[in-house]
Design a protein around this ligand. Structure first.
Ligand code: OOG
Ligand code: MG
Length: 268
């Protein structure tokens, strides 16, 4: 059943407040799912609230594009979320865990979109709008307690998006089988391949276009698109500290320095 406009607004405010106050809330479904169109309406309202606070939209993200992520979270269909400049951490910069609830990090690849994509034109190929690719890190931080959510819940929560880091942009090349490795300090915490992302991350772009068309999410010139994690996400606890690095063979590396929050943030 779809939500009323009032319910959409209420849920968007609840999730927005959970993010700004770093306090987790309980998912709406209690295990049962609610309708996807309403979930994207909540996401749209949530994001317009953030935009009205001055955050600038700068891209999109795909989630649950790899089996490792689907298995980890129990969600088996692709989701789309929205990125703003407030989530953008420069390569080699600092990620402050203060203000986050129970962050996790995952290695990704990113696409750069060179021109506005006309989603109403059936001949549109979003892959031809890509002018560069880069290694990336995504930091997710579900606003739901213990990362427990249904498919609709996680869409409403803007797909757990919290922060991201983009490495050096390079020319587009085949991405179907590049080795991926993520290190946390001196430890290698995950290994995989870009092929784990839908067989080839480029496939995510067609799904992105479909979902964006259906739920009125624009894809604009200059947008960054995160293709989804190649491996399961790794928790960043308050005591973590150190540097997280993702390396994608042939694309290069990207890193972020993790600083424990003032109040020991990052505790779940
Ligand atoms: C949802 C976000 C999923 C990905 O790369 O698969 C995602 C979550 O796991 O909380 O970003
Ligand atoms: Mg991700």
């Amino acid at each position: 059943m779809s939500l009323t406009d009032g319910e959409v607004v209420e849920l968007a405010h609840e999730l927005d407040d959970a993010q700004t106050s770093a306090h987790a809330v309980t998912g709406r479904s209690g295990g049962e799912d609610w309708d996807v169109a309403s979930a994207y309406r909540v996401q749209r309202h949530l994001m317009s609230r953030r935009h009205s606070r001055g955050e600038r939209p700068i891209g999109l993200k795909l989630g649950f594009t790899s089996r490792a992520k689907m298995r980890q979270m129990g969600v088996h269909e692709v989701i789309v979320g929205q990125l703003t400049d407030a989530m953008d951490v420069p390569d080699g910069g600092e990620l402050d865990l203060g203000g986050l609830i129970h962050p996790r990090v995952e290695p990704e690849v990113a696409f750069r979109i060179a021109r506005d994509v006309d989603l109403d034109d059936p001949r549109t190929s979003i892959a031809t709008a890509v002018d560069a690719v880069a290694p990336a890190l995504e930091i997710i931080d579900s606003r739901y307690r213990d990362f427990r959510f249904s498919y609709a819940d996680v869409i409403a929560d803007n797909t757990s998006a919290a922060a991201f880091v983009i490495g050096p942009w390079t020319a587009v090349r085949p991405l179907d089988n590049l080795a991926v490795r993520m290190d946390l300090g001196p430890r290698t915490v995950s290994v995989g391949t870009t092929g784990a992302i839908l067989g080839d991350p480029i496939r995510g772009l067609r799904l992105l276009a479909e979902i964006s068309r259906r739920h009125s999410i624009p894809i604009r010139a200059g947008d960054v698109v995160l293709a989804g994690a190649a491996t399961a996400a790794v928790p960043l606890t308050g005591g973590t500290g150190g540097t997280v690095t993702a390396q994608v063979s042939g694309l290069g590396r990207v890193s972020v320095r993790v600083v424990p929050g003032r109040n020991g943030g990052g505790a779940s």
